[in-house]
Design a protein around this ligand. Structure first.
Ligand SMILES: [Zn+2]
Length: 450
């Protein structure tokens, strides 16, 4: 009977383009960037969607450090010429207060500690160009590269896209606070041009003038529940609805939000009662450094929350990755349900620390992320965090099968006989230390332990 219901819901997902249409709505309303009008429009859209399907939504308000983009001028001076390059400020980076700063600029390559150490004497007081590609220490998050540049005494962080296409990378430089040094994003093509000039000239001066606003703001999470048979065991299913102000944030992360809205709609329509209570959460202010979900977790009694499923980049690519934060018991339980999933998934023990699952993990809650694999790992985020993360990148087919995948996963996860045990603080610390993440997490101010 319940199997039949599950199949009917999957059948419905595959026979209509509802998720696709919702993604379109969310993309066309704007970036949903924290502090913008389109963020408010998105909140209202979700509230109305839920009201229409007969689900009451909680609007959870919180304060945070806001940031609004202003002008950004960037040029390079050689002995006898000045070159202007297009650039944008990174999120939560400070302004130059109507002044144009002038300083030498050098190439810091990937921006790992290893790479910057070699330039230790030269960096202080200069602008350092660091690209978004792999470093000599492997892949590092942008915020680690920024923190490294600051620690080595840089006066400006110039973040270059490592993917071609004249696209600027954006992203936050700190989490819920304004960074210490100015930070701008430039395209790969500008980066290559400047490196050539450096090669010819030996040294270069750059001029940067950037103005951003940094008001204190209020945002909110939209939270709703589908009550389960076991009422006192709650599984949080979350994803962030905010995108970056320069884009539509289609794959990151309008698409995941559309999927959870659609799944909720069908659960209501088919009177589907999950095994355990599902608490859906559309998080605000993720792109400022996982700010909104961290505030929620630190101010909410989570004693009935037994697991957290985070959708960030669900739609876009196949196969799906399901990392489970290095939690052995959870990993084994996921392996048991592997064959019930709709199609191949890459279940791993990888730990995701830069998305909304992480604050739940810090509280010992078993958690997974679900995201589509990028077609080529060398491109990193690809169009993510650039102006090209737009609705046209979403296909109807992928919207359907990714939504179906998420639904089948939630169904199978809920039906596990027993949920994996919550972790103690020391178990969380052990996992993070064993993965050698402590130093970087401290650098990122994401290590709440002593
Ligand atoms: Zn995201």
């Amino acid at each position: 009977m319940t199997q039949d219901l599950k199949e009917r819901i999957v059948g419905r997902i595959l026979s209509k383009d509802s998720t696709y249409e919702t993604i379109k709505d969310l993309c066309l309303m704007g970036s949903r960037f924290s502090g913008t009008e389109s963020e408010k429009v998105a909140q209202e859209y979700m509230n109305q969607f839920l009201e229409r399907i007969g689900v009451s939504a909680e609007n959870y308000e919180f304060d945070y450090q806001g940031w609004m983009r202003g002008e950004c001028d960037f040029s390079i001076k050689t002995k006898n010429k000045e070159y202007e390059f297009s650039a944008i400020s990174l999120v939560l980076a400070p302004s130059t207060n109507s002044q144009t700063l002038e300083m030498n600029i050098l190439d810091g390559a990937g921006g790992s500690e290893t790479e910057l150490k070699r330039l230790e004497k030269e960096i202080p007081g200069k602008a350092v160009m660091i690209h978004s590609g792999n470093t000599e220490e492997g892949w590092l998050h942008r915020r680690i590269k920024y923190a490294n540049a600051y620690e080595f005494g840089a006066k400006a962080f110039v973040f270059a896209n490592h993917n071609p296409g004249q696209l600027f990378p954006t992203g936050s430089v700190r989490s819920n606070r304004i960074g210490e040094i100015i930070a701008i994003g430039i395209s790969k093509e500008s980066y290559e041009h400047i490196k050539e000039l450096l090669e010819i000239e030996g040294f270069l001066t750059c001029k940067i003038n950037v103005s951003n606003d940094t008001p204190k703001l209020i945002s909110k999470h939209i939270i709703w529940e589908i009550p389960g048979k076991i009422k006192d065991e709650v599984i949080v299913i979350g994803g962030h609805y905010d995108g970056h102000d320069i884009a539509q944030g289609a794959t990151d992360n309008a698409a995941s939000i559309a999927a959870i809205l659609e799944i909720s709609r069908l659960m209501k329509e088919f009177n589907y009662v999950p095994e355990r209570t599902l608490r859906f959460m559309a998080f605000g202010v993720e792109e400022f450094g996982v700010v909104g979900s961290t505030i929620y977790v630190n101010n909410t009694d989570l004693s009935d929350v037994v697991a957290m499923i985070n959708l960030d980049g669900l739609i876009g690519h196949i196969p799906k990755h399901i990392p489970c934060s290095g939690i052995e018991e959870l990993f084994l339980k996921l392996k048991e349900i592997e064959n019930e999933l709709l199609y191949e998934a890459k279940i791993s023990k990888n730990i995701i620390t830069a998305s909304d699952n992480y604050p739940f993990f810090l509280k010992g809650i078993p958690n997974v992320c679900i995201f589509g694999e990028k077609p080529d790992p060398r491109v990193g985020r690809g169009y993510g965090h650039t102006s090209a993360d737009t609705f046209d990148k979403i296909s109807k087919l992928d919207a359907k099968i990714s939504t179906a995948f998420a639904f089948v996963f939630i169904d199978a996860f809920c039906k596990m006989k027993e949920m994996p045990m919550k972790l103690t603080k020391n178990e969380v610390i052990d996992i993070l230390q064993e993965a050698k993440l402590e130093d970087n997490l401290r650098l990122l101010e994401k290590w709440p332990f002593k």
